[in-house]
Design a protein around this ligand. Structure first.
Ligand SMILES: [Mn+2]
Length: 367
């Protein structure tokens, strides 16, 4: 809690000390938020136009980075995660094909100009193969919400969270783009899910992979804590079902809150028993679709050491992929959160883990 709002509050104090009128500060805050939203809006518009021009996509993932770390109860490194994850997504050590297989309209050696030509002449080059993340129908990027720049103006978390929700809605306005969010600590899932649900006009089902249930009423007095995001989501009515998988650090309050909100909590201690069910999930029917939230610490630290909360006894990377790849449902949004580059090892090993999660989610979301 000590760190909550530190940067913003300090800045405000400095401004007050200089006797700057409050109206002036508020005008500046409004301008910075507007400018931030304008950049996201224009980038989303551009990427939407590109995907629609290429044609043939019903749903397509678009990255939105949210470099926010101040709602962590422990370390704030996730604020620096998005550029590291992006770098790993495009790392030359691997190719652009995903494991997830789909109809691919063109052979690998062709670039997007060729794709456009083929589309125009009615190509029958379609084949079953891994999806290509450099195909804009699979993945585009609208950039980051400039969290630190917004906080530097002294705005509180209510307005910051609203700006995050607005940014997500701007992406969703550009059919067929769907938000694939790069955290950030887990507090960002609340404004993101809220935006997805509000924009679609009803609740979603959520598959939440995590060592922790993140369902405290408030943590150390902070209702926006990364340990409270799913309490906010459930009390807001943004989710019909919430399935939490990978849980192995849960106390009395976590279980009580889980019961209160009807959460389906799958703990690691019974994973071998639950595995057949979890590897055959069908979600989102009768609601607005499925949202997937992946906290990188759902993985055992052996697979993902670059996280703030090292919690032994977790899922293997293949366990996570098996759950995701076998999931049936219309995925309307997703996030990968809590990667902490300040705790990572061996040239960004966990960045590659987070990046592969993002790549496979992109493939899974796009169609
Ligand atoms: Mn966690």
């Amino acid at each position: 809690m000590r760190n909550v709002g530190r940067m913003g509050i300090r800045y405000l104090h400095n401004l007050s000390a200089a006797n700057v009128p409050i109206e002036l500060i508020e005008k500046g805050q409004k301008r910075v938020i507007e400018a931030s939203l304008t950049l996201i809006r224009e980038r989303a518009k551009l990427k939407g136009e590109l995907v629609r021009a290429v044609g043939g996509a019903v749903a397509s993932s678009s990255l939105l980075g949210i470099p926010l770390g101040h709602n962590s109860s422990f370390l704030q490194g996730p604020a620096f995660a998005p550029p590291h994850i992006r770098e790993a997504i495009w790392c030359g050590s691997t190719n652009t094909s995903t494991e997830e297989v789909g109809e691919v309209l063109f052979p690998k050696m062709m670039n997007h100009v060729h794709v456009l030509l083929l589309c125009n002449i009615g190509s029958n080059f379609a084949c079953k193969a891994g999806k290509e993340i450099d195909d804009p129908r699979v993945l585009t990027d609208v950039g980051d919400v400039p969290v630190q720049e917004i906080r530097d103006t002294g705005v509180d978390d209510d307005r910051l969270m609203n700006t995050i929700s607005e940014s997500v809605k701007l992406v969703m306005e550009q059919n067929p783009l769907r938000p694939l969010v790069l955290g950030g600590d887990h507090s960002i899932s609340y404004p993101v899910v809220r935006a997805v649900s509000e924009k679609l006009g009803g609740p979603v089902d959520i598959l939440h992979l995590d060592a922790h249930p993140d369902i405290y009423e408030a943590f150390e007095g902070n209702k926006y804590s990364h340990a409270s995001s799913f309490a906010r989501i459930m009390e807001g009515g943004y989710a019909r079902r919430l399935l939490q998988v990978g849980i192995r650090s849960i106390n009395w309050e976590g279980r009580e809150q889980g019961k209160r909100f009807g959460v389906e909590q799958f703990e690691m201690r019974t994973f071998s028993k639950d595995r057949p069910f979890l590897e055959n999930l069908k979600l989102g029917e009768g609601v607005k679709g499925v949202y997937i939230s992946v906290d990188v610490d759902c993985l055992d630290p052996a697979f993902a050491p670059g996280v703030s909360h090292l919690e032994p006894g977790g899922l293997s990377f293949r366990d996570v992929l098996n759950i995701l790849q076998n999931l049936r449902g219309d995925i309307v949004g997703a996030d990968v959160v809590e990667y902490n580059p300040q705790r990572d090892i061996v040239g960004g090993m966990t960045a590659m883990v987070a990046a592969k999660l993002v790549r496979e989610l992109a493939a899974k979301m796009s169609k």
